[in-house]
Design a protein around this ligand. Sequence first.
Ligand SMILES: *Cc1c(COP(=O)(O)O)cnc(C)c1O
Length: 476
Amino acid sequence: MDNAAFRKNAHELADWMADYLDGMEKYPVKPTIRPGDIKQLLPQEAPPSGESFTEIFSDFQKIIIPGMTHWQHPQFFAYFPTGASEPSILAEMLTATLGAQCMIWQTSPAAEELEERMMEWLREMKGLPSHFTGVIQDSSSSSTLVAMLTAREKKTNFAINARGFSKLDKFRIYTSTQAHSSVDKAVKIAGFGIDNLVKVAVDTDFAMETDALENAIQQDIASGYVPLCVVATIGTTSSTAIDPIEKIGLICKKYGCWLHIDASYAGTALLLPEMRWMGEGTELADSYVFNPHKWMFTNFDCSAYFVADKASLIKTFSILPEYLKTPEDQLVNNYRDWGIPLGRRFRALKLWFVIRTYGISGLQEKIREHLAFANWLKNRIALHPSFEIMAPVPLNLVCFRWKPTGIEEEAQLDKLNQQLLERLNASGKILLTQTRLNDRYVIRFVAGQTHTRLEHVMKGWQIITNEAQELAKSLS
Ligand SMILES: *Cc1c(COP(=O)(O)O)cnc(C)c1O
């Protein structure tokens, strides 16, 4: 593709992109296709010779688009949202155009220094402790793994990096029963063994029971284990429950445990002064992660990871082969030493574009709107005779279930709610996901998409009540 063709194609794509964002509602949120449908439309062999952009782009529209789940659809209420916004998309275009590898300062000085500044901005915007230093990781999963590896090395004076595990290393990791599966994954990868992950009980709000945590730690010490790390969550995936950070932090200090805070989704709400209570005690933490790529209108991937002790992080991950040595090594941040991959995308650029375009007040306004949407929905559900709220709603996730009058049996309610969810999702008008709370099947409704407005939430609620009515009719 020569430069003239690139220019022409880029203009055409820009038009398509703007039309897509503007006309999203004409698409079903989730396609009605079966496994294998798309693959079957793709030739078995790669093309022997080059094809025209017109053909490729036409296939994108014909084959790919009908097979996509439209995450930016304003009636996508499933999972947690994945961030995107116009300024973020534009920055991603520039990042791709620069095609830079941002592993060390020398390979992209502006990218490194912009990342430093963006992490400082985020720390201040969220009221995080001033002794925290930030770095962008690809995901929360990686960040949590990085936290555990650093905790492991700091505790053993970097012995496991040097010599591997010894028979004497009997570490325990603690998290609540509601923690994200990435904690389990990190425990496995870091070599602790999943049997050494202690799942601490939660209270009626699904937040970690600190007495149960302390009991577990004391019992483990008595049995010869070393309590290494506690992962606390601000905003669990099932119900956005908030662990009591300050109490957990004090227990961690008492027993010499690393405290890692997983605020992957809910961390964005700390932009609001009225939500800062969630983070009280964060100054006791050793590490903290939140994903601008979830609720802060920034495209995947962009996970903001903060640490109290930057030196231990770097000592855990640093490598310095001859071919990577540079004269500035002592003066700058070489982010290859702050995480797992060597190569890194230029991810700070989209944060810069997003934060500058919205401004702090613009971001706050959108987050407040999302909280108000959830509050509106929560009140509707609470007032409805055949629906019930299944968990507290501190943020913008509402956990509820359908409970038609006369039906009391739990197993039957589980089945009915599963049927209702399947019908709703098959309609293509709305997308929701489920979870289990107190072993009951629960429907999750997250109002956090960039382009979701109150009217979409209202429409969503209408679709849910209509579909429940239809289902009830078919049962009687
Ligand atoms: C989404 C989520 C994760 C995983 O985030 P990735 O960036 O996809 O790895 C971890 N913890 C919580 C609480 C989450 O909501």
